[in-house]
Design a protein around this ligand. Structure first.
Ligand code: 8YV
Length: 317
């Protein structure tokens, strides 16, 4: 009998879906009319799970899959998987380490430039016919220069480092905070997030969320100040969204570029209504190149686990 793969999130690359279908019996849980009933009837025969980075898999579902040999996360964040439980069970949880670094860093800089230069408000101004109605230059407020801004990076992992390379190329002095200073990073380490925010024109969030929920709160935003910008390409949970909405509405920070939110796909109205915010639908890794590379890694991890090997990208075994 074919090995059974339970797929919790869609993969948007047809060639990968073809490969999956040719190798395994794939159950697309996200399309199932009654996923719960399917799990009760077939959970015991599932060999592999494919899921997304920020969606993960609930512990209760893992418990319904006693024969599972691998959880292949199609992403780099594993904060939505109970790693301790999987470790205790000897269950490999794999991630697509390194595959999405460049794209996420690209989008961080894109969002930052969009926020500083009011790109989306400018687009709306032209698109809505406002430019024709108000042709005088004063109709659009002046923006802020990105080149040379002090950039503070929160989380100096793969993505943080890639953002630092790009910011440095724009002539931006870079500082960072993390759990500890890193010997192989030449940029200035600032132990306190509030101090980093105070020293920065732009704060870019690149940290894992598991130990850092709500770290960007009113105190951090006030330290960033009315000329400061916030970019988040990591996890929505890093930010206290109510504090962020209040700070944006009152002009206590200058603007934000956000790819991630606390309760996706729900985005607070105050953020959706603010002209100071550039929004994306959690798409930092969503290019053909990266999503293909990620999905190939998922295929490799499943093949390795089902062949009885330890998957090269396993974080738990
Ligand atoms: C993806 C992510 O959007 O890698 C992650 O942790 O959050 C994103 O790259 C997601 O995993 C796609 O499934």
């Amino acid at each position: 009998m074919n090995s059974q793969v339970l797929q919790l999130n869609p993969i948007l690359i047809p060639a990968i879906n073809d490969k999956l279908a040719s190798r395994y019996t794939v159950h697309k849980h996200f399309e199932a009319a009654d996923g719960e009933a399917w799990l009760r009837a077939h959970g015991a025969s599932v060999d592999a799970v494919i899921t997304g980075g920020h969606t993960g898999i609930p512990r209760a579902m893992l418990e319904q899959l006693p024969g599972l040999k691998v959880v292949a996360v199609n992403g780099v964040g594993t904060d939505a998987v109970d790693l301790a439980y999987c470790r205790a069970r000897g269950l490999p949880v794999t991630a697509t380490l390194g595959a999405l670094t460049e794209d996420v860093a690209d989008l961080a800089i894109g969002l930052l430039i969009a926020a500083c230069r009011n790109l989306c408000a400018g687009d709306r101004f032209v698109r809505d016919g406002q430019w024709e109605r108000f042709p005088q230059p004063s109709a659009i407020p002046l923006a802020r220069r990105f080149s040379g801004m002090h950039v503070g990076i929160v989380g100096m992992g793969r993505v943080g480092r890639a953002v630092a390379v790009r910011a440095a190329a724009f002539g931006c002095p870079v500082s960072y905070t993390d759990l500890r200073a890193m010997d192989d990073v030449a940029h200035r380490f600032v132990p306190s997030l509030v101090d980093l925010a105070r020293d920065s024109d732009a704060l870019v969030l690149c940290a894992a969320a598991d130990k850092a929920e709500g770290i960007v709160d009113a105190a951090v935003l006030d330290a960033l100040g009315p000329r400061g910008f916030l970019v988040n390409v990591a996890r929505g949970r890093l930010v206290n969204e109510a504090d962020l909405a209040a700070a944006l509405t009152a002009g206590r920070i200058a603007g934000a570029g956000l790819d991630v939110f606390v309760d996706e796909p729900r985005v607070p109205l105050a953020l959706r209504q603010s002209d100071r915010v550039t929004l994306q639908a959690h798409r930092a890794s969503a290019t053909w190149e990266t999503r293909t590379a990620m999905a190939e890694m998922v295929l490799d991890s499943i093949a390795q686990a089902l062949a009885g090997e330890r998957p090269a990208m396993s974080l738990t075994t």
